[in-house]
Design a protein around this ligand. Structure first.
Ligand code: NAI
Length: 340
């Protein structure tokens, strides 16, 4: 029989299973969008979630009513674009995911979204700082390389910033990397793990193939694979022909990241996810935020692991990434002084 629970446990290698009683409120801001809807559905299937709060400027209650009929235990509530409702959606949240904002169209870079999405994320971050200052915040809205530093500044301005609890979601790059490498090698993607570092756009995405199961991939194959991981999002944008960017694979990735944080918050150890966080690794290169292998713990970030040994080729990729990333971060900081 195909039940919600069996569907849920079939989701990938990191099958979700729960033994102890676990109760977490998870809030999605932008829940009625292309990512928001399937992400909310996957969260409804997560037995660690006891309350799911779905907010959107358009259609939050409708999505909530629909998902609430799925026969898992969690309670689902929907909220419209009214300040008191945003407050209610956020209060008591353990995790807040933000996929609110516009997606790319063919020919656009993620940075082209800055003008619209930076202020959307800034305003939602203000609400989160006011009403859920202790929640772990997962920023999905692009450009992640800039929306995460903006969120950090908002939290600092409210005196509630804790860098252990702010994450730019780069999980999709990791998901893509393991899938694409498995296609070349003819392996099961569930057994492939590729650490992806840097940021979340184009050349700032740096897969460390030398640390994967297939360090000997080189030449044209390596070139094509790295490019595909860096620009995999474009494949989806082109294929959708103007109707948006990755939504379903992103929902899967966002749900995996949220689940990893939930598991870590309940004391499970040995959980690693690359994510774009405040990081000391390349601070001196103007990159106060950087994605690398992060060990998760009850507080959020437990330990930021060093990048480790990389190949000469990867050193070049990192150098290129740092330049763009520093520009994206500076751009965010430029916006913020004019925002308060
Ligand atoms: P979409 O347009 O389908 O959905 C966005 C939703 O946000 C809409 O329902 C809209 O009503 C809502 N929204 C807009 N302003 C809002 C506000 N102030 N408060 C609450 N909700 C608001 O877009 P889609 O495809 O879901 O993408 C969302 C974002 O995620 C985009 O910025 C996109 O670039 C990004 N994205 C990030 C990825 C990542 O790996 N981090 C991957 C794919 C997309």
């Amino acid at each position: 029989m195909f039940t919600a629970r069996s569907a849920f446990s079939a989701i990938g290698r990191r099958a979700f299973s729960v033994s102890a009683q676990q109760n977490s409120k998870v809030t999605v801001l932008g829940a009625a969008g292309g990512i928001g809807q399937p992400l909310s559905l996957l969260l409804k299937l997560n037995p660690r979630v006891s309350e799911l709060a779905l907010y959107d400027i358009r259609g939050g209650p409708g999505v909530a009513a629909d998902i609430s009929h799925v026969n898992t235990k969690s309670k689902v509530t929907g909220y419209d674009a009214v300040p008191e409702q945003l407050k209610a959606a956020l209060e008591g949240a353990d995790i807040v995911l933000i996929p609110a904002g516009v997606p790319r169209k063919p020919g656009m870079t993620r940075d082209d979204l800055f003008k619209t999405n930076a202020s959307i994320v800034r305003d939602l971050a203000k609400a989160a700082a006011n009403h859920a200052p202790n929640a772990k915040l997962l920023i999905i809205s692009n450009p992640v390389n800039s929306t995460v530093p903006i969120t950090a500044e908002v939290f600092k301005s409210k005196g509630v910033y804790n860098p252990k609890r702010l994450f730019g979601v780069t999980t999709l790059d990791v998901v893509r990397a393991s899938k694409f490498i498995s296609e070349i090698q003819g392996t099961d993607p569930a057994n492939e793990e590729v650490t992806v570092i840097g940021g979340h756009s184009g050349v700032t995405i740096v897969p460390l193939l030398s640390q994967s199961n297939h360090p000997s991939i080189d030449g044209e194959t390596r070139e094509a694979l790295v490019k595909r991981i860096q620009f995999g999002g474009d494949e989806v944008v082109e294929a959708k022909g103007g109707a948006g960017s990755a939504t379903l694979s992103m929902a899967f990735a966002g749900s995996r990241m949220a689940d990893s944080l939930l598991r870590a918050s309940y004391g499970e150890t040995g959980i690693f996810e690359p994510a774009f966080v405040q990081s000391p690794l390349y601070k001196d290169d103007g990159c106060e935020f950087f994605s690398s292998r992060i060990e998760l713990g009850p507080e959020g970030v437990k330990e930021i692991h060093p990048v480790g040994k990389v190949s000469k080729y990867e050193e070049g990729l990192i150098a290129t990434a740092l330049k763009d990333l520093a520009t994206n971060i500076k751009k965010a900081w430029h916006l913020v002084p004019h925002s308060f």
